[in-house]
Design a protein. Structure first.
Length: 230
C-alpha cells in the first residue's frame, strides 16, 4: 500500500495481543505508518476498545475511513473466554486480586447450562467500576483506584447467543454474541450470582465484529513487517 492508500482510508484487522491497550495499538500503528511513508500526520482510530487482558479483533481505521468508525462500533460482537466460578474480584477479571470466595459444591453442569437462559435477549447490566466509562468528567476506574464509591447506572444490552462450550471444574468456557456496550466482565459477575456463587473472567478473546473475523486479522508485528516490504 502507498501513502495515498492510508490517507484515503484503510480498514485494518488487528489481532490485539495480551496486555496491550487498544490505545497503545493505535499509537503504535500510527507511528509505524508515519515512519514507513514519511507522513507528518495521519488520522488513525479504533472501532471499539478491548481491555488490556483481552485479546482478539481490533478494527483500526486510517485516513478518511475514520469517519466510518461509528458504523463498526455499532455492530454485534462475538467473544469466547473463560469464567472461573467460586470467587470474585473488584474488577470482575484478573486485573485485581480475588476479594471473596464462595461455595460451588451445589453447582451442577445442568445448572450452569440452565443459568445461561436468563441472560438471553435484552438485559439490564451494570458496567464494572473498573472501566473507562466517564462519570462527572472522571473515568470510573479513577474512582475505583482511589477507593471512592460512585453510583453507576445500569444500561440495557442485548445478548443474542450465550453458549457454554466446556466445563472443566470451576473453569467455564463460553461463546457470547452481544450488542455494543456489553461488558463480558459484568456478565461473568452476574453469572456467578445467578448460580448463587461468585465468578470472575479469566480469559477473553473477541472473535468477530459484524462480518469481520479475527481469523482474517494480523498481529501488530506482522502488520509492521508488511510496511517494511512495501
Amino acid at each position: 500500500m502507498t501513502t495515498e492508500d492510508f490517507q484515503s482510508g484503510q480498514v485494518l484487522l488487528i489481532d490485539k495481543p495480551l496486555t496491550w491497550t487498544s490505545f497503545q495499538a493505535v499509537n503504535k500503528l500510527r507511528w509505524e505508518i508515519r515512519q514507513a511513508f514519511n507522513i507528518k500526520k495521519i488520522k488513525v482510530g479504533h472501532a471499539g476498545t478491548l481491555d488490556p487482558l483481552a485479546t482478539g479483533l481490533l478494527i483500526i481505521c486510517t485516513g478518511k475511513m475514520t469517519k466510518q468508525i461509528h458504523t463498526y462500533q455499532g455492530q454485534d460482537k462475538e467473544y469466547t473466554g473463560t469464567f472461573v466460578l467460586g470467587s470474585t474480584t473488584p474488577s470482575y477479571d484478573l486485573e485485581t486480586e480475588i476479594d471473596q470466595t464462595f461455595p460451588t459444591e451445589h453447582i451442577s453442569e445442568a445448572l450452569i447450562h440452565e443459568a445461561t437462559k436468563q441472560f438471553i435477549g435484552d438485559i439490564e447490566q451494570f458496567p464494572p467500576v473498573f472501566s473507562a466509562l466517564k462519570k462527572d468528567g472522571k473515568r470510573l476506574y479513577e474512582y475505583a483506584r482511589a477507593g471512592e464509591s460512585v453510583e453507576i447506572n445500569s444500561r440495557t444490552v442485548r445478548i443474542s447467543e450465550f453458549e457454554i462450550t466446556k466445563i472443566d471444574g470451576q473453569n467455564i468456557s463460553f461463546k457470547v454474541v452481544c450488542s455494543k456496550g456489553t461488558y463480558i466482565r459484568s456478565l461473568a459477575h452476574d453469572f456467578g450470582k445467578a448460580l448463587s456463587s461468585g465468578a470472575h473472567l479469566s480469559v477473553l478473546r473477541r472473535t468477530k465484529i459484524g462480518d469481520f473475523n479475527v481469523a482474517n486479522a494480523v498481529s501488530p508485528e506482522d502488520f509492521i513487517a508488511s510496511l517494511s516490504s512495501e
